[in-house]
Design a protein around this ligand. Structure first.
Ligand code: MN
Length: 230
């Protein structure tokens, strides 16, 4: 089929041990999935069903990049997260079958223009411009589940300029990976190529031009990202 403008390439993520890459269809993100982080954002984690927002597929950027500081923000925040990559999907997936749809796992940053997000929250407006901006979804190469299994516990942390800012454990997720997939598949049809950023532990905070971020999840790997000096 021909097109009237040039077609862009499908965004994709490298896979450890494979020459082929993982093509990205959609990016879903879970809000407030660690109790301590929900509390630091002023929410009560005991009462909430999971909720979701999205980022454009082309918001991904590979670990190791040096990024320009994002436009239109004076309060950029880091959120370190376990990312789930789906090889198949469907509607109304059960928790018991959910992991059958997982291709693998990566470490991601749900970069957030907190000032724009807070202004949107206060005005009752959508979060999109706070969350779904250009290069807002850094991600490491994917570790296939066939190789590392399905991590359900283990340390997750991020350092800024060598100083630990967020530290948690995957076991502290309110909604586990299977429960998240099950719940989300009751809202939308999931499919191969979908990424799910599964939420962040407490300690979110600002990033400024010139900062270096180092992230880690036990058994998944390491992420590095630098924002260029102003
Ligand atoms: Mn997040």
């Amino acid at each position: 089929m021909s097109h009237v403008i040039p077609v862009w390439s499908v965004p994709s993520v490298a896979v450890i041990g494979e020459t082929g890459s993982f093509p990205v269809r959609r990016i879903y993100c879970v809000g407030r999935n660690y109790a301590a982080h929900a509390r630091e954002m002023g929410a009560n984690p005991d009462k909430e069903d999971p909720f979701f927002f999205t980022k454009p597929a082309d918001a991904i950027v590979p670990s190791g990049a040096i990024l320009p500081f994002p436009m239109a923000t004076k309060n950029l925040h880091h959120e370190i997260e376990l990312v789930v990559a789906l090889k198949s999907g469907g509607r109304n997936i059960t928790s018991a079958n959910a992991l059958d749809h997982v291709y693998g796992y990566a470490i991601g940053l749900d970069m957030t223009r907190r000032d724009l997000q807070n202004a949107a929250k206060n005005a009752g407006r959508p979060w999109d411009m706070g969350k779904g901006f250009d290069q807002s979804a850094p991600i490491t190469p994917i570790q296939p589940a066939a190789k590392i299994g399905h991590p359900a516990k283990g340390k997750i942390w991020v350092k800024v300029n060598g100083q630990t800012k967020q530290e948690g454990d995957l076991a502290d997720m309110i909604w586990s990976v299977p429960d998240t997939i099950a719940y989300l598949s009751g809202l939308v049809a999931l499919a191969a190529g979908d990424l799910i950023y599964t939420g962040t532990p407490e300690g979110v905070g600002p990033v400024v031009a010139g900062d270096r971020l180092d992230g880690h999840i036990d058994g998944v790997g390491a992420l590095a990202l630098t924002y260029a000096k102003a």
